[in-house]
Design a protein around this ligand. Structure first.
Ligand code: 6PG
Length: 227
């Protein structure tokens, strides 16, 4: 596991874009898969990736988690990814099969099947964020999805946030390359706890995922024991 400290959020986005683009270019085989994080932190990185020297036509993009809302809803991770990246690159995007009135569990099962067809037994690259409670994707502390050991993608009812659809630990542990993006003073405390060994969801994912790189900025790193 590596920790790379960027000067600020702008530097973080540039470094993250360079790292992710490098992983795509180095990836062998005709196609490469890239799991996208949601939330707000990745926005700047995805904007930088628009100009990356990458053959996007060989890239399959998927979502490491999604809120259970329509894809044009302001809270949708798909909408965010579309605004920042998907509308600018010729990658193939695999979105959550949301339909009005559909049970989220059914959509999660369908998406798990879709991912099985594009990811095979190991996905290449996954980008993840981290919340100030240590969650990643939609694996929130104390929620059922954290203990899922069979399904690769599930619906998870998160207190105060409603239904989420999320990759599970078994799926995230099959990533060859894992990139955590963490920015801002607000994440400094939880980042120090996670990197210090507290087994919050992000730590549990990181301990079993492949080639984990924490790309953080100085503000998020401010509570780390640099020794
Ligand atoms: C989501 C994300 C989630 C996110 C963290 C951090 O759907 O919200 O996938 O795991 O990465 O909550 O969010 P910010 O980047 O907005 O701080």
């Amino acid at each position: 596991m590596r920790v790379v400290i960027a000067t600020d959020a702008v530097d973080l986005a540039r470094r993250a874009s360079d790292h992710i683009a490098g992983l795509i270019v180095q990836s062998a085989g005709p196609r490469v898969t890239l799991g996208l994080a949601g939330g707000s932190t990745p926005r700047a990185t995805y904007r930088e990736l628009r100009a990356a020297q990458v053959d996007w036509s060989r890239v399959d993009l998927w979502l490491s988690d999604e809120r259970w809302v329509a894809p044009d809803h302001e809270d949708s991770n798909e909408r965010m990814a579309r605004e920042e990246l998907l509308d600018y690159v010729p990658a193939v995007f695999h979105g959550i099969p949301w339909r009005e009135g559909r049970p989220p569990l059914a959509a999660a099962e369908e998406y798990a099947w879709t991912l099985e067809t594009i990811l095979g037994d190991h996905q290449d690259i996954v980008v993840l964020g981290m919340g100030d409670d240590g969650h990643t994707a939609s694996l929130f502390p104390g929620t059922a999805a954290l203990t899922e050991t069979d399904a690769d993608y599930v619906a998870n009812l998160v207190p105060g946030r409603g239904w989420r659809l999320t990759a599970t630990i078994p799926l995230l542990h099959r990533s060859r390359h894992t990139v955590f993006l963490v920015s801002g003073e607000g994440k400094a405390d939880v980042l120090a706890r996670v990197l210090g060994g507290e087994r919050l969801p992000s730590a549990v994912v990181a301990e079993g995922a492949g080639d984990v790189v924490w790309l953080i900025d100085e503000a998020a790193a401010s509570r780390l024991d640099r020794s």
